[in-house]
Design a protein around this ligand. Structure first.
Ligand SMILES: Nc1nc2c(ncn2[C@@H]2O[C@H](COP(=O)(O)OP(=O)(O)O)[C@@H](O)[C@H]2O)c(=O)[nH]1
Ligand SMILES: [Mg+2]
Length: 463
C-alpha cells in the first residue's frame, strides 16, 4: 500500500501549506480565514505517473474537548480505544456536530500516518492536549511538526510539550523550507513505520532524480531561448524605391516584441516544469523589479558589472587586467578610455541601446527590397538574457508550492558570472557567435555545456 500521511491539527496552522509544499501542488486551497477546509482531500505525490506517497489535507479540530469527552465516556479500557474512535465516526457520520473531527479521523483509521501541525509563533496551551489525546487513541504512527508561521518565538516550548505526546518532533517551515529539508522530512516519515521506509526512500531517490532532470531540461530551455533570441531577424519586404526609413521603428518594435515574448515563453515553460501552474494567474500583479530587457542602463542588475560588461565586450576578459590597472570605475571614464583607443571600435556603442543593426537588400528576385533588423550583434545582450534567465530560475526553485503571492525577483542575481573562467567565457562567446550566424546546431551543445554548471552553482542542493 502506498504510504499515506494525514496532516492534522488546529485550524489555520499551515496544514494545507505543508501539503502543498510536500505534494508540489500549487492549487491547494490556502486561506487567511480558519476553517475553510471542510473535507479531507487526498493529494498524490507522483513522479512519471508513479504515486510515491499520498498526503491528506484535513479540516482542523473544532470540538476536540467534546469529542474526547465522548470517547472517554464510551471506552472501557485502553484496549478498545481505536474501536471507540471508529464508533465515534460511525455514530456522528453525516451529522454536523463533529463533522470536522470525523473528516480528519477517517483517513487515520484507514491507515494514514499522523502529521500533527502546530504554529511555533504562538504559545503552547492545554487546549491542544485534547487533540493530541484523540490522535493517540487511534494508535496510528505519528509525529509532530512545528511550523513557525510568523516567528520561532515559542518553538522551544512546543518542543518540550510535544515531546511528551510524540516520539518525533520536527521544525518545518512550510513556506521557506528548502528542498533538502523536504527530503529530510520524508526520511523522517519513513521512520514512523517499518513498511514505509522502503517506499519513502524510493520516493526520495525519485525526487532527487527529478530534481536533476528538471535542471537539465531548464538548461536546454534556456539554451534554446538564447539561440532563438540571438539568431532572430525581423524582415519586411517593400516595393522598390520606397523610403525604408519610416519602417525602421516598426521593425525594431517587432523585433523587441519577439524577444520579450520568447523570454516569457521560456519562463512559463520552466514554471510549468516545476509544477507552478498557477503563477500565471497572478501575472497582472507580477512586478519584475527593474525589469526591462531593453533598458541597457539596468543591465548590471542582471549579474554583470559595467567593468565586466566592458571586459566581455572587448573579448572575454582580455581587457580585464588592463582596465583594472587603469582603475576604471565609472562609465564616463570608461567611455573616455574607449575614445582613447584602449579597447578598439567594437565597444564604441557598448552602453548604447543599439542592440542590432538594419540591412537593406535590394533587387530581390521577385522585385522589391528587403529591410532587415537583427540578429543582435551587441556583445553584452546574450549575457544579459542569460543572467535574467538564471535569476528567474533561482527565484523559482526557492519557491515552495505553498506560496500564493506573485513571484517577485528580489533575490540578488548573485555572482554567477564569476563562476566562468576566461575559457568558458570565450566558449560562450563562440556559441553566441554561432547563434548570430544562425548556426544553431553548433551553438546548442556549447551553450548547454556551459549553462548546466551555472545552474548547478545556483542550486542550494549542490552546496
Ligand atoms: N509566513 C507564513 N505563513 C504561513 C505559513 N504556513 C501557513 N501560513 C499562513 O497561515 C494561514 C493558514 O495556512 P493554511 O495552510 O491554510 O492553514 P490550515 O488552515 O492549517 O490548512 C495562511 O494565510 C497561510 O498563508 C508559513 O510557514 N509561513
Ligand atoms: Mg487547510
Amino acid at each position: 500500500m502506498t504510504p499515506t500521511f494525514a496532516v492534522v491539527g488546529h485550524p489555520n496552522k499551515g496544514k494545507s501549506s505543508i501539503v502543498a509544499t510536500l505534494a508540489q501542488n500549487d492549487s491547494i486551497h490556502i486561506a487567511m480565514q480558519p476553517g475553510t477546509t471542510r473535507n479531507s482531500h487526498h493529494y498524490p505525490m507522483s513522479v512519471d505517473g508513479q504515486v510515491l506517497y499520498h498526503l491528506v489535507d484535513t479540516p482542523g479540530f473544532q470540538r476536540a474537548r467534546k469529542a474526547l469527552a465522548w470517547l472517554q465516556a464510551h471506552s472501557r479500557s485502553a484496549a478498545d480505544r481505536r474501536d471507540t474512535v471508529q464508533g465515534f465516526i460511525t455514530q456522528h457520520q453525516g451529522l454536523s456536530q463533529f463533522h470536522d473531527e470525523c473528516e480528519l479521523l477517517r483517513p487515520i483509521l484507514q491507515g494514514a500516518g499522523i502529521i500533527y501541525v502546530v504554529d511555533g509563533s504562538v504559545p503552547y496551551g492545554p487546549e491542544y492536549e485534547a487533540e493530541m489525546e484523540i490522535l493517540r487513541w487511534t494508535g496510528q504512527p505519528s509525529m509532530a511538526l512545528i511550523n513557525p508561521i510568523a516567528s520561532d518565538a515559542h518553538v522551544q516550548e512546543w518542543q518540550t510539550a510535544l515531546g511528551q505526546f510524540f516520539r518525533t518532533v520536527r521544525v518545518f517551515n512550510a513556506r521557506t523550507a528548502e528542498f533538502d529539508k523536504h527530503l529530510s522530512l520524508l526520511r523522517c516519515f519513513g521512520q514512523l513505520e517499518e513498511s514505509w521506509e522502503a517506499p519513502l526512500n524510493e520516493a526520495i531517490d525519485y525526487l532527487l532524480q527529478q530534481h536533476r532532470q528538471r535542471r537539465e531540461t531548464t538548461c536546454q530551455q534556456i539554451s534554446r531561448m538564447l539561440a532563438d533570441m540571438l539568431s532572430h531577424q525581423q524582415s519586411i519586404k517593400l516595393p522598390d524605391g520606397v523610403d525604408t526609413e519610416p519602417m525602421k521603428a516598426l521593425l525594431e518594435q517587432q523585433w523587441q516584441a519577439f524577444q520579450r515574448q520568447r523570454e516569457q515563453e521560456c519562463r512559463t515553460h520552466i514554471e510549468k516544469l516545476y509544477q507552478h501552474h498557477h503563477l500565471q494567474r497572478h501575472e497582472s500583479g507580477l512586478e519584475w523589479q527593474q525589469e526591462d530587457l531593453f533598458n541597457t542602463d539596468q543591465w548590471y542588475l542582471w549579474g554583470l558589472s559595467k567593468t565586466e560588461l566592458l571586459a566581455i565586450a572587448t573579448g572575454a576578459g582580455a581587457a580585464t587586467g588592463a582596465l583594472a590597472d587603469l582603475g576604471v570605475g565609472g562609465a564616463s571614464f570608461m567611455l573616455g578610455a574607449l575614445g582613447g583607443g584602449v579597447v578598439g571600435g567594437v565597444s564604441a556603442w557598448l552602453f548604447s541601446a543599439e542592440l542590432a543593426r538594419f540591412k537593406i537588400k535590394g533587387k530581390l528576385p521577385l522585385g522589391g527590397q528587403q529591410l532587415t533588423y537583427g540578429p543582435s550583434s551587441h556583445r553584452n545582450f546574450p549575457f544579459v538574457i542569460l543572467g535574467r534567465a538564471l535569476y528567474h530560475w533561482q527565484a523559482l526553485i526557492r519557491r515552495n508550492h505553498a506560496w500564493r503571492e506573485p513571484l517577485s525577483l528580489d533575490i540578488a542575481p548573485g555572482d554567477w558570472h564569476e563562476q566562468l573562467s576566461t575559457s568558458q567565457k570565450l566558449d560562450l562567446e563562440k556559441a553566441f557567435g554561432y547563434c548570430r550566424k544562425q548556426n544553431i546546431d553548433k551553438a546548442m551543445p556549447l551553450l548547454e555545456q556551459h549553462i548546466l554548471p551555472l545552474l548547478q552553482s545556483l542550486d542550494l542542493l549542490e552546496r
